[in-house]
Design a protein around this ligand. Structure first.
Ligand code: AGP
Length: 610
């Protein structure tokens, strides 16, 4: 989704802005632009549709320089993918703006601004920000004041950075519903929508809070809350890896991230899993007092994170004796739901900035939940800051739009939550010990599972010309089938549906023919015999199956079925293990199809608008 970078320095900031944009590319975008105040005090702008490289080439051909500048990668919402719609947007030759989010009342603002004599050069909502600030500057010399007045008129979400040609020593930023972080340098300061963009220039960050407006110069940062009162915000030293943007020799970030899973899962367990039980206090100070009272868990998330929540429901109810509901955040936030007594609201998110999940958390806080916990990968993100409890998944920066290592670390975190809640709700010793044993074996089992990659490469050839596919699983493997289908459709653009295989005869059997590959996840568990009957239903209708199975599950390859043996593992960790072959399958199918694996069409890494 859209990305913002800004800088105010004594040196030329153009390369800092471009590098920042490159580091935000993983978020997904369709056009990019830079504006700087040049030595003569004039605004210079370069914009291009397509990749940041095209913008960079254009600047190399016709260099622009400046010590104050803003830059943006745009993911189109209002207005098509054109250069005119790319940011930064100007109001006359005075005000320049970049913006993430959506100004919902932009049409009425636009009408009023046109009546006041402004002409629009784009179809975007963002251009109304530029003209509104310009209009306010008629009554004040202060850009800060103008922005504070302007934001009162905006409904919707914005993270925005604004420059005024007449005041080159200042940029003003405002945040409401779309994250912004200020990076502190020495004699220079920076702004971005994501700290990743600024890691080459600083590791000291201030995360703005909702409603904040800040005035930034080379040497100062003054922050004001939504009421206009000066406020201090904490300075955080980031421990994100600077080189997280490096593919480490892999062809794609997604492949690198798939292969990182054994190590990041080990990190997620480090210092949290003791020899025979979890270490104390792993959910943070005071968390155990809260968790001991939990009788119901409400999970809210989107996409892959939602699939982690669906898997967790099986675990929490089966092992921890705690009832659990799971809901897609965009649904949860717009309906009245029942709040069970002693309920814990759990949000799950890789980015910690997903707009719908954040809105769901904010709604839940008004609804009387006992407490809130986020299972999240990005320290300092909005969900982490706004939740009562935060459990970090420690997957490291995930760059590929298709989530892989974030998912398996989320599941690892949920097994630890299951053990914790189980402790207070009569979990059996056998289940407890089996989960602890499973977690201890998990990194090595993941490593072993990655060795299936070679066979899966061959398998992928058989999918490349297919239009549709069906994924089947039962029990806690049903969400894994859903996640497998999401991965395949996301990066290979093959239509993929997932079903709990018991549902086959209630409709989807009608789809089966030899053009519809059926992918089955089949660990050796108590549902195996049921699953085998479902497999026979497919076979009887001429379906071609690809079965990822435990070798003891006794599936044999024949002309209608290819069996790929997955390493035997504890039942509790099987959903994590069976995720890997499905990730690899999607990756290799996408590779054969030649799609953009890391930045699939129309998608964004972090969905910060609803
Ligand atoms: C997964 O491959 C997707 N890119 C997407 O479904 C993602 O999981 C979803 O947008 C939620 O993101 P979050 O985990 O950052 O909240």
């Amino acid at each position: 989704m859209c990305g913002i970078v800004g800088a105010i320095a004594e040196r030329n900031v153009v390369e800092i802005l471009l590098e920042g944009l490159r580091r935000l590319e993983y978020r997904g975008y369709d056009s990019a632009g830079v504006a700087v105040l040049d030595g003569a005090g004039a605004l210079q702008r370069v914009r291009r549709t397509g990749k940041v490289q095209e913008l960079s080439d254009a600047i190399a051909a016709h260099p622009v320089r400046g010590q104050t500048g803003i830059a943006h990668t745009r993911w189109a919402t209002h207005g098509g993918v054109t250069e005119a719609n790319a940011h930064p947007h100007f109001s006359t030759d005075r005000v320049a703006v970049v913006h993430n989010g959506i100004i919902e009342n932009y049409l009425s603002l636009r009408d009023e601004l046109v009546k006041k004599g402004y002409s629009f050069t784009s179809d975007t909502d963002t251009e109304t920000i530029a003209h509104t600030v310009h209009e306010m500057l008629k009554d004040t010399d202060s850009l800060l004041e103008a922005v504070q007045l302007a934001v009162k008129q905006f409904h919707g979400a914005y993270g925005t950075v604004i420059m005024d040609r007449t005041d080159p020593s200042t940029v003003v930023v405002a945040r409401s519903g779309s994250p912004l972080v200020i990076g502190l340098g020495i004699g220079e300061n920076f702004i971005a929508s994501d700290q990743m963009a600024l890691l080459p220039v600083t590791r000291r960050f201030i995360f703005l809070e909702e409603g904040d407006v800040a005035e930034i110069t080379r040497t100062s940062v003054a922050i004001f809350d939504s009421q206009g009162r000066p406020v201090e915000r904490e300075i955080v030293d980031s421990d994100l890896e600077h080189d997280a943007g490096d593919k480490a020799g892999y062809r794609h970030y997604m492949l690198k991230e798939i292969h990182e899973q054994p190590i990041v899962v080990r990190n997620a367990l480090q210092g949290r899993l003791g020899e025979t039980d979890l270490e104390g206090g792993i959910f943070g100070a005071g968390a155990d007092d809260i968790l001991a009272k939990v009788k119901h868990v409400q999970i809210v998330a989107c996409g892959t994170s939602y699939h982690a929540g669906m898997t967790a429901k099986y675990w929490l109810e089966q092992y921890a004796n705690v009832s659990c509901n799971v809901e897609i955040a965009s649904e949860f936030r717009y309906r009245k739901s029942f709040v069970h007594p002693d309920s814990l609201l759990v949000t799950i998110s890789q980015s910690g900035e997903t707009a719908d999940t954040l809105a769901a958390l904010r709604l839940a806080k008004e609804q009387g939940y006992m407490s809130s916990l986020t299972i999240c990968n990005v320290p300092g993100s909005s969900l982490v800051r706004e939740s009562a409890l935060a459990f970090m998944t420690r997957a490291g920066a995930e760059i590929g739009v298709a989530s892989t290592k974030a998912f398996t670390t989320q599941l690892t975190a949920f097994l630890m939550l299951t053990l914790t809640l189980g402790r207070y709700n009569g979990m059996s010793k056998d289940d407890h010990d089996a989960i602890v044993k499973g977690l201890h074996s998990l990194p090595a089992k993941l490593e072993e599972t990655l060795s299936l990659a070679v066979g899966i490469e061959d398998l992928a050839e058989e999918f490349a010309d297919k239009q549709h596919s069906l994924f089947l699983g039962r029990g806690d493997q049903y969400p894994i089938a859903m996640e497998g289908a999401l991965k395949l459709k996301e990066i290979s653009y093959i239509h993929a549906e997932a079903y709990a295989s018991g549902e086959l005869k209630h409709g989807p059997l009608a789809l089966i023919d030899d053009e519809m590959p059926v992918i089955v996840v089949a660990p050796n568990n108590e549902l195996l015999e049921k699953l085998k009957s479902n497999v026979e239903e497919v076979r009887a209708r001429g379906g071609i199956m690809y079965v990822f199975a435990d070798k003891d599950a006794a599936f044999a390859s024949d002309e209608t079925m290819r069996v790929i043996n997955v390493p035997h593992c504890e039942a509790s960790i099987a959903p994590i293990i069976y995720t890997l072959p499905l990730q690899l399958l999607s990756y290799h199918v996408a590779l054969i199809k030649g799609t953009d694996v890391d930045q699939p069409r129309n998608l964004a890494k972090s969905v910060t608008v609803e």
